[in-house]
Design a protein around this ligand. Structure first.
Ligand SMILES: [Zn+2]
Length: 251
């Protein structure tokens, strides 16, 4: 059953259906021909598509504004399990429909293995506390200066007595970037994603890096409020991560 927006051009609907069949058939030449030429390099690595596939079914096509249309196609594997990809389509200069963004659903990478203590071990209390659902940052016991990243000596008064204090994971976007490359294997299929540098007013305006959740098509504004949610790892081998949410959004 296809749910299609009445504003969706009929020629796009047939091109999307044919694209799904090409992907399911493993017809790479036909799939590449549907890509907007200047995005081919990004698109080749952008989706995680297991093979073989048995069939493709267009689930929806929606007008998302600015001449863009989002198609969701469900791919079924021989064992009847399935996954969905979202492709974004636009008419190129010659009026031909091309896709310039393909990603797996959900939008946010399900996990990242990059997290965990640094080689010097100075930040181990931070990671241990995340396992307990709390965010700790370093603070000098003498002059009360907050520090991040962790260090053995207070950057202000040079005392050695750096301790750990709990911080509410709420802050503002100091800076951000949208990442188009799969620097980790877990992010394949979930590109692009947005990394935010979050300033923590409850910790002396120290700044921490993290991934913004649900950031597909979202352009953060500098100064927006974000709230961190501590997500526990799938097993004991991995470490928790703090994923940031723009205030007013939930996941
Ligand atoms: Zn100090």
């Amino acid at each position: 059953m296809t749910r299609t927006d009445p504003s969706v051009p009929a020629d796009l609907a047939s091109i999307v259906a044919a694209h799904g069949k090409s992907v399911a058939a493993g017809d790479n030449a036909a799939v590449l021909a549907d890509f907007l030429p200047d995005r081919i390099g990004q698109l080749i690595a952008s989706a995680d598509v297991p093979t073989p596939l048995r069939s493709a079914e267009v689930q929806s096509i929606a007008d998302v504004g600015d001449g863009y249309f989002d198609a969701v196609i469900r791919y079924t594997k021989p064992d009847d399990s399935w996954f969905e990809l979202r492709s974004r389509w636009v008419r190129d200069a010659e009026g031909i429909w091309r896709t310039f963004s393909v990603r797996n659903i959900p939008d946010t990478p399900p996990w990242m293995d990059l997290t965990g203590p640094s080689a010097d071990g100075l930040d181990i209390p931070h990671w241990d506390a995340l396992r307990d659902g709390r965010m700790l940052l370093q603070r000098c016991s003498a002059c009360r200066t907050w520090a991040w990243s962790p260090r053995p000596i207070c950057p202000t008064c040079h005392e050695f007595d750096m301790r750990w204090e709990q911080v509410e994971p709420v802050g503002t976007v100091y800076s951000w970037t949208r990442t188009w490359q799969a620097f980790t294997k877990e992010s394949t299929g979930h590109l692009p994603y947005v990394v935010v540098l979050v300033e923590l007013p409850h910790a002396g305006a120290r700044r921490v890096l993290g991934v913004l959740a649900d950031a597909d098509g979202v352009t953060p504004t500098i100064g927006s409020t974000v709230r961190g949610e501590i997500e526990q790892p799938p097993d004991d081998e991995h470490w928790p991560l703090v994923r940031w949410h723009l205030e007013g959004t939930t996941s």
